[in-house]
Design a protein around this ligand. Structure first.
Ligand SMILES: Nc1ncnc2c1ncn2[C@@H]1O[C@H](COP(=O)(O)OP(=O)(O)OP(=O)(O)O)[C@@H](O)[C@H]1O
Length: 284
C-alpha cells in the first residue's frame, strides 16, 4: 500500500507585476508518496522555484491546493525543511558548524540531550563530525552545503525540499552530494522533492520526474524512473535505460520551452531567487 504524502491539485499561481496579474503556473496536479524522491524539471523561468515556494508556504497559491499529510498548506508546514542552492547565504557565518545545525531546533522545545543527539547524528550522516567547531567560511562549498543538509536533517522533517541544491559545487562534490541524498532517503525514510536543471541528476536520483512546460506552466509529463537500486554513479549512468530516460526528458523540456519573451518586464527566475534571501521554511 502506498502512502501519499504531498498532494498538489490544480495549483495555479499568478504574480502581480506592474499592476497586472501575470499567470506563471496554470494548472499543476501531481502527488508524492512517502519515501519517494521526486524531481521537478523544466525550462528556465517556467516556475519551478515558484512551485516550491507555494508548497513550502512562502508564497500564496492563487487557486487549487496543496496539502501535506491531508493538511492544506497555507503557511510553512512543520513537516518540511528547505535547502537552497545559496548555502553561503543560508548559513550564519558567525556561528560554528555545530551551532548552525542546532539553530532551527531551538523552537522545537526538545530536551537538550535529544537536541545534542540529533545534531551529532546529522553531522555524522553528512560526514562532518570532525568539523563541529569550524566556521562556515573555513569550509569548502561542498562542505558548507553538507552543513545546510545536516541542519535540515537534524530538524527531522518528513519532507526535504531542495531548490537546485548542488548547482554551486564542482562535479565530483555534486556526485557525492547526490549519493548523500540517496543515503538520507534510505537511512531516514525521508521524502525528497527537488528542483534541478540537471537532467542526468534528475534521472539518477529520482523515482519520478515531474516535467513542467509552457507558459503558464502545466505538467507536461510525469516520467517513472524504473532504474534498479542501489544506484551507482558509474554503473547506473552507463545503463541503456538511463540514456533513454535522459533523452525522453530532454525532449519533453525542449518541447515545453517558453518562447522568447516580448515586452513583459519580468525578472528571470534566478534573479528573483537572488533577490529574496529566503532560508528555510522554518525560518531557521
Ligand atoms: N515575486 C515575484 N514577482 C513577480 N514575478 C516573479 C516573482 N517570482 C518569480 N517571478 C517570475 O515567475 C517566473 C518563474 O520564476 P521561477 O523562479 O519560479 O522560475 P524557475 O523555473 O525556478 O526559473 P530558473 O530555472 O531560472 O531558476 C519568472 O518569469 C519570474 O520572473
Amino acid at each position: 500500500m502506498t502512502n501519499t504524502q504531498l498532494v498538489v491539485e490544480h495549483l495555479s499561481k499568478s504574480y502581480a507585476v506592474g499592476g497586472a496579474d501575470v499567470q506563471i503556473i496554470a494548472d499543476l496536479t501531481f502527488d508524492v508518496t512517502a519515501g519517494e524522491i521526486v524531481s521537478i524539471v523544466g525550462p528556465s523561468g517556467i516556475g519551478k522555484t515558484t512551485l516550491l515556494k507555494c508548497l513550502t508556504g512562502l508564497q500564496s497559491i492563487t487557486s487549487g491546493s496543496a496539502s501535506i499529510d491531508g493538511q492544506v498548506i497555507d503557511g510553512p508546514p512543520e513537516e518540511m525543511a528547505l535547502v537552497f542552492q545559496e548555502y553561503t547565504r543560508s548559513l550564519m557565518p558567525w556561528l560554528t558548524v555545530e551551532k548552525n545545525v542546532r539553530l532551527p531546533l531551538k523552537h522545537l522545545r526538545l530536551p537538550k540531550a535529544e537536541i545534542d543527539g540529533r545534531v551529532r547524528s546529522a553531522l555524522t550522516s553528512v560526514g562532518l563530525s570532525h568539523a563541529l567547531d569550524r566556521f562556515p567560511w573555513q569550509l569548502s562549498g561542498g562542505m558548507q552545503q553538507r552543513v545546510a543538509i545536516a541542519r535540515a536533517l537534524a530538524y527531522r522533517p518528513e519532507v526535504l525540499v531542495m531548490d537546485e541544491p548542488f548547482a554551486s559545487v564542482d562535479a565530483q562534490t555534486r556526485f557525492e552530494l547526490e549519493d548523500l541524498c540517496l543515503k538520507i532517503r534510505d537511512e531516514f525514510g525521508m521524502t525528497i522533492l527537488l528542483v534541478t536543471h540537471d537532467i542526468d541528476e534528475s534521472v539518477y536520483l529520482s523515482d519520478r520526474v515531474v516535467v513542467l512546460g509552457h507558459r503558464p506552466a502545466i505538467v507536461t509529463r510525469i516520467v517513472d524512473i524504473d532504474l534498479p537500486a542501489p544506484r551507482d554513479q558509474i554503473s547506473t549512468r552507463a545503463l541503456h535505460d538511463f540514456a533513454e530516460l535522459r533523452t525522453e526528458i530532454f525532449e519533453l523540456i525542449r518541447a515545453g520551452a517558453i518562447p522568447a519573451q516580448t515586452g513583459q518586464s519580468v525578472q528571470t527566475g534566478q534573479s528573483v531567487q537572488a533577490a529574496q534571501s529566503v532560508q528555510t521554511a522554518q525560518s531557521a
